[in-house]
Design a protein around this ligand. Structure first.
Ligand SMILES: [Zn+2]
Length: 309
């Protein structure tokens, strides 16, 4: 059975968010040690000492110190619980049969080699591999620690992985996948996406919603910024009309029945045209915090923890 591999790569260069979405088998970091039976261990491979921390759902391989590997593993479990609760209404969350591997690379070069094409513009990269509709690989590659930037990349990429638990990625359009993931970004990055949206609307680069909904691939680089901002804004707008779980239900229905029918069933919005009018009207007076209506405090604790270290 052929394995379908999907890599999403997200990062920021010069204030513009970039993502590549590549149907290809990822080159898994060759320099990462394979065996780790202990919950915490350190091993040498290719000159680097890797700290390995295994928890119920994650296997963190970090070229950093032991304490930071332990903190990262704890943060991953915390994020998984939080994001699954928000989007999938699951709490407590059943353990994954296939752990998610988190690799914090020793150097930018190692990261870029492991992730492959397009990696130079990214901070983190998620890999999900499925076989016969079952997820067989979950993996997030991260650059060497960049503080909040790394924390944002982790939350964003982990959101992609958690949503894939519920919706097969072949059924999940890019706007929805990224719209949800941006809602996990830190406030500063959300504000940058909001600025991209504003610029796109002012310069007429924004998408008609019908066009955004039917994009099966990421847009050209010059529209990438507005794509992210608009996707997040639209996700935020719809989430605010109900709950995050209802938004996921809407996406599932849309994949089967089409957007007009799903909008009517879940949000009592007649069709995509009406959604366009309502969304554009809502932009007046909106602030840059797309995720303000999501439950829980995703970033307050993380940023405080970051400041303390
Ligand atoms: Zn993303």
């Amino acid at each position: 059975m052929a394995i379908r591999s999907i890599v999403t790569r997200c990062g920021v260069i010069a204030g513009i968010s970039l993502v590549l979405f590549v149907a290809a088998k990822s080159s898994v970091g060759q320099s990462v040690p394979r065996a780790a039976s202990a919950r915490v261990s350190a091993t040498k491979a290719r000159g680097a000492t890797w700290q390995i921390r295994e928890t119920v759902n994650f296997r963190v391989c970090s070229a950093g110190d032991r304490e930071s590997a332990e903190r990262l593993a704890a943060r991953c479990e915390e994020l998984r619980e939080h994001l699954s609760g928000v989007w999938l209404n699951k709490r407590p969350v059943a353990a994954w049969k296939v752990r998610c591997q988190i690799v914090v690379h020793a150097t930018d070069r190692q990261y870029e080699r492991a992730v492959g094409r397009g990696a130079e513009s990214t901070v983190g990269s998620a890999l999900i591999e499925t076989e016969a509709s079952k997820i067989v690989t979950r993996k997030i590659d991260l650059r060497p620690d960049r503080g909040t930037e790394t924390q944002t990349a982790l939350a964003h990429e982990l959101t992609h992985i958690i949503i894939a638990d519920r919706i097969d990625r072949s059924q999940l359009p890019p706007w929805a996948d990224e719209g949800i993931a941006v809602l996990a970004d830190c406030p500063a990055k959300q504000a940058a996406h909001f600025d991209d949206l504003r610029r796109g609307l002012d310069g007429d680069a924004a998408f008609r919603i019908g066009e955004l909904f039917t994009l099966s691939h990421y847009p050209a680089p010059e529209r990438m910024g507005v794509f992210y901002g608009q996707s997040a804004s639209l996700a935020s707008f719809l989430v605010a009309r109900g709950t995050p779980c209802e938004f996921v239900r809407f996406l599932e229905l849309a994949a089967v029945e089409g957007y007009d029918s799903a909008l009517s069933s879940v949000y009592s919005i007649g069709d995509v045209g009406q959604l366009e009018r309502l969304w554009r009207k809502s932009l007046k007076g909106r602030d840059a915090n797309f995720a303000r209506q999501l439950p829980g405090k995703l970033w307050e604790l993380a940023l405080a923890d970051q400041a303390a270290n």
